[in-house]
Design a protein. Structure first.
Length: 254
C-alpha cells in the first residue's frame, strides 16, 4: 500500500508514506488506491481511498490535505483542512499537528521535506515545469519562514518517471538549454532524431542542491516501468486511455 524512505523514517516526530496504487477500492484504469481529486473516478471511491490513506497517516479523513496542482512554483501554508475549495499551488508547508500534506502525482516527482528539529514539514509536486520555475526553492523558503533551516532539511523524491521512459522534443530541449547551457547534461540520446530522453529525477536533485537542502535522497522508482505499483500519465497517454489514477505522497508531524 505504501513505501517509506529509510532516511526519512529515522527522523523523530515525522510520519510519511509514498502510497502505491495498491490497497484501495477503485476499479478498471483507477485500480485501486486512486487519491486524485481531479480524476474522473467515482467520488465515493476516491473518498474511501483517501480515508484509508489518512488512517495510515494517523489523521482524520478530512485532514489529509491537498492543493489544486497547476505546475507552478507556488506554495500554500497549511494550518488545517481547507475551509472552502483547495487553493491553486504545487507545494504545502506546515507546523500543524494532526494534518497530513498529500501531493498527487502520476510521473511528476513527489518530494517530501522535513526539518524535524524545527518541527516543519513540506510536500511538493515537481513536474518538469514546477522544477524548472522553482517549486523546490520556493518550498524551502516557505519552510524557513516557519522556522526551518535549509541545511537541516531532509528531502526525499518518491516514484517519478525515469529518463528511460521520458522522451521529449526539440522545443523542450531548447527551453532548458536556453535557460542554462549546463542543463544539457540532463538529456540523453533518443532513437528519434531531434528528440532526447530527459532525466527529471536528476534535474530535481540539481534543484535541491541549488536550494541548499542538507540531505536529498531519491528512491529511484520509475512510475512508467512499474505498472503493478504506480500510475503513469505517459503510459496512459501511450495507450490512449481516457484517464489515469493519481498516487498520493504524504507527510505529517507526530
Amino acid at each position: 500500500m505504501f513505501i517509506t524512505s529509510p532516511d526519512l523514517a529515522h527522523e523523530p516526530g515525522i510520519r510519511h508514506a509514498f502510497f502505491t496504487r495498491e490497497g484501495g477500492v477503485s476499479s478498471d484504469i483507477y485500480a485501486s488506491l486512486n487519491g486524485g481529486l481531479g480524476s474522473n473516478d467515482d467520488k465515493a471511491h476516491i473518498a474511501e481511498n483517501r480515508a484509508r490513506m489518512a488512517g495510515q497517516m494517523g489523521v482524520e479523513r478530512d485532514r489529509l490535505v491537498s492543493v489544486h496542482q497547476v505546475h507552478s512554483p507556488d506554495v500554500a501554508i497549511v494550518t488545517g483542512s481547507w475551509p472552502a475549495e483547495r487553493p491553486k499551488a504545487d507545494a504545502m508547508v506546515s507546523v500543524a499537528h494532526g494534518v497530513a500534506l498529500g501531493v498527487s502525482t502520476a510521473d511528476c516527482g513527489p518530494i517530501l521535506f522535513a526539518d524535524s528539529e524545527a518541527g516543519v514539514i513540506g510536500a511538493a509536486h515537481a513536474g518538469w515545469k514546477g522544477a524548472f520555475t522553482g517549486i523546490i526553492g520556493s518550498t524551502v523558503t516557505e519552510m524557513e519562514k516557519l522556522g526551518a533551516r535549509r541545511e537541516r532539511i531532509i528531502a526525499v523524491l518518491g516514484p517519478t518517471i525515469s529518463a528511460a521512459a521520458y522522451e521529449v522534443g526539440p522545443e523542450f530541449i531548447e527551453r532548458f538549454k536556453g535557460e542554462n547551457a549546463t542543463f544539457a547534461r540532463f538529456f540523453h540520446a533518443s532513437e528519434r532524431p531531434a528528440h532526447a530522453m530527459f532525466d527529471l529525477p536528476a534535474f530535481i536533485a540539481q534543484r535541491a542542491q541549488e536550494a541548499g537542502i542538507g540531505r536529498f535522497y531519491d528512491l529511484a522508482l520509475c512510475t512508467y516501468g512499474d505498472e503493478a505499483r504506480f500510475y503513469s500519465y505517459r503510459r496512459t497517454t501511450h495507450r490512449q486511455e481516457a484517464d489515469y489514477g493519481r498516487l498520493i505522497s504524504a507527510i505529517a508531524l507526530g
